[in-house]
Design a binder for this molecule. Structure first.
Ligand code: KIV
Length: 274
């Protein structure tokens, strides 16, 4: 089935298509995905990019931060997503501790993701601190998506998940880092939880697409965490989050009905047995 948007015009999303979308002013729709079944639905709907985010550490594994998830676990999620996807570009997060040490380790981690999952690109957090790793990964022919602003793998340095780059100094560094990522050859940059006017400035300054989360609408695309936008998580309610469903209540209703039917010996009925 064709998705509702874009599939006919762009039958397969590549990093070059994303660049073309920026040039044509067509917004990029990106969501996270971690498993086969959800990735099938995302691809069927015509999502442009699926991010196998290290937010899997939170929403799939129940950790408080993104730090504990391992490279093997990310590869497991990415492989599951890849088995489902025909059209979307699939980007996989390099998890904490697999690229910050040195650029050789970063390349080794990126190669494992590409080889073992078949994904299309990797994402890593940071600017000047990780540019050597980005250079090395790109030189192996692996597309890289940058990530600036609130970078959750640095939560222990930040101490809080508040809006980043509100002060002049941090905003100036973010602008320098965005330029650096563009010059290094990243195919795009995620801008997380920064003032909307700063995100707009970055978007105008760089030729590569910017994808915002909590960064206003003057960016080239948007990304949300799947479980948050579907309303499976009820606890997480930042201002930038729009819930498109209340799956928490819908799922609980279905579970309650099942439990009631089993207890009442109403399930299975005569037609539901052999
Ligand atoms: O891991 C993730 O889900 C992300 C998005 C929030 C951009 O990095």
């Amino acid at each position: 089935m064709d998705g509702l948007y874009g599939s006919k015009r762009f039958p397969k999303i590549t990093t070059h298509v994303l660049q073309e979308m920026k040039l044509k002013g067509e917004k990029i729709a990106m969501l996270t995905g971690y498993d086969y079944s959800m990735a099938r639905l995302l691809d069927e709907a015509g999502i442009d990019v699926i991010l196998v985010g290290d937010s899997a550490s939170n929403v799939m594994a129940g950790h408080v931060t993104t730090l504990p998830i391992t490279l093997d676990q990310m590869i497991y999620h990415a492989s599951s997503v890849m088995r489902a996807v025909k059209r979307a570009l699939v980007v996989v997060d390099l998890p904490f501790g697999t690229y910050q040490g040195n650029s050789k380790e970063a390349l080794h981690s990126a190669i494992r993701i590409m080889k073992e999952s078949g994904a299309n690109a990797v994402k890593l957090e940071g600017g000047s601190e990780v540019v050597e790793s980005i250079d090395r990964i790109l030189s192996a022919g692996i597309p890289v998506l940058g990530h600036l602003g609130l970078t959750p793998q640095s939560i222990n340095k930040f101490g809080t998940y508040v809006v980043r780059a509100k002060e002049e100094e941090e905003a100036a560094k973010l602008l320098r880092d965005a330029k650096l990522l563009e010059e290094a050859g990243c195919f795009g940059i995620v801008l997380e939880k920064i003032p909307a006017d700063l995100a707009a400035k970055v978007t105008k300054m760089v030729k590569i697409p910017t994808i915002g989360i909590g960064a206003g609408h003057e960016v080239d695309g948007q990304v949300l965490v799947l479980h948050d936008m579907l309303g499976i998580n009820q606890e997480f309610s930042p201002r930038f989050l729009r819930r498109y469903h209340n799956l928490h209540d819908e799922i609980i209703k279905a579970f309650l009905a099942y439990i009631r039917d089993v207890k009442a010996v109403d399930f299975p009925n005569d037609k539901e047995q052999y």
